[in-house]
Design a protein around this ligand. Structure first.
Ligand code: GDD
Ligand code: MG
Length: 355
């Protein structure tokens, strides 16, 4: 069985971080995001090939995962000549005349859904397609899916209007995880921009195909915005979602043995401090901070909930609030950055600046 990970979007809502790091490999603590999805796919031994469907900065992603051997999986990369949309990308990645079930994942969702159970439901219902649904607070940002009592899908409305939301009774949305039969891809035109949400799913409903929903009420998040990107870190640190590097360590300070922490440093859990980090005397690392590999935190600096990607330099006396900073940033002496700033790679904040 093949799995297709849709990982070709530009990640525009996470700019400037995604200008140099495509969304599928933005770091979550010390690992690229897609690694969590690949680990989830390993729950299904039948999946013998993971196809990464890419078009934005594909080489960067290939460099990280290679052929998958290090993770114990087989990975193949398919790069569209131009973005074909979610449906066009699946068709392009699946190749000619695919048959049997294919697992499809939006490349920006983090979840612990029971994938074998989703596949078992798909098979027991002899479905043409099965879709995972999950509850969210703000349904308008997703695909709204209406079902009957048998959990058969009766309507699919991508990014519903206020009026459509009022008429809908369900609290769940499309979680971006599907099992689809390869032969149903014949309704997607080749080499054409085509949305699985606006084209393929509504066509299954219109043609009364067996289209089934699996509702999942456990952990699920789409990391596509700054708020959600920070939320994922928070959820893993606090144990709301049990995942490495905090498995069994929720609420604690997880500090690499290869970090160099001088005496008289205050570290408040939960937080994460990666290998090669140097923290100078008098500094304070507050709760929910993430200090990427090889960062330097100067004397008396305060990091209060910031996420710093690797190789960032925080000079003495700087005070950082809950910001996110890309790689190789420099915060000068005594700078103060409050609030939820989002800083691209190599940003330089000069001494004594206040943002
Ligand atoms: N290869 C490829 N080509 N991938 C693409 C393309 C493309 O042209 N366009 C988008 N993708 C990938 C993105 O990288 C992402 O992983 C996934 O497809 C979904 O695209 P998003 O841009 O993140 O869509 P969304 O979050 O607004 O909405 C989708 O996900 C929601 C769940 O998070 C829809 O599927 C919604 O119905 C769903 O509720
Ligand atoms: Mg998304």
């Amino acid at each position: 069985m093949k799995a297709i990970l849709l990982a070709g979007g530009q990640g525009s809502r996470l700019r400037p971080l995604t200008i140099t790091t495509p969304k599928p490999i933005v770091p979550i603590f010390d690992r690229p995001f897609l690694r969590y999805q690949i680990e989830l796919l390993k729950q299904v031994p039948e999946i013998d090939e993971i196809i990464l469907s890419l078009n934005y900065q594909p080489r960067r992603i290939e460099e990280v995962f290679g052929d998958g051997t290090d993770l114990g999986v087989s990975i193949r990369y398919v790069v569209e000549p131009q973005p074909l949309g979610t449906g066009g990308a699946i068709k392009f990645a699946a190749g000619d005349y695919p048959s049997g079930p294919i697992v499809v994942f939006n490349g920006d969702v983090l979840t612990s859904v029971d994938l074998p159970a989703v596949i078992a439901l798909h098979r027991s219902r002899k479905a043409k397609a099965t879709i995972v649904l999950t509850p969210v607070d703000n349904r308008s940002a997703y695909g709204l899916v209406e079902c009957d009592e048998e959990q058969s899908v009766k309507a699919f409305l991508e990014k519903p209007t206020a009026e459509q939301l009022v008429q809908s009774k369900c609290d769940t949305i499309n979680a971006g995880i599907y099992v689809i039969e390869g032969e149903t891809l014949d309704r997607i035109p080749a080499d054409t921009v085509y949305s699985i949400e606006r084209g393929y799913f509504p066509s299954l409903v219109a043609q009364k195909e067996t289209f089934v929903a699996y509702t999942y009420r456990g952990y699920w998040i789409d990391i596509g915005t700054r708020e959600k990107y920070q939320q994922v870190h928070h959820d893993i640190m606090t144990g709301r979602f049990s995942a490495p590097p905090f498995e069994g360590l929720a609420g604690q300070a997880v500090v690499s043995p290869d970090a160099r922490i001088e005496p008289n440093v205050t570290i408040e859990g939960p937080c994460f401090i990666d290998a090669g980090v140097v923290i100078k005397s008098g500094a304070r690392i507050g709760a929910h901070s993430v200090i990427g590999a090889h960062c330097h935190i100067g004397e008396d600096a305060v990091v209060a909930g910031a996420i710093l990607w690797p190789h960032t330099w925080v000079d003495r006396g700087a005070q950082l609030g809950p910001l996110v900073a890309g790689r190789h940033c420099q915060f000068g002496r005594y700078v103060e950055v409050g609030g939820h700033a989002l800083l691209g790679d190599k940003s330089i904040i000069t001494d004594y600046s206040r943002l």
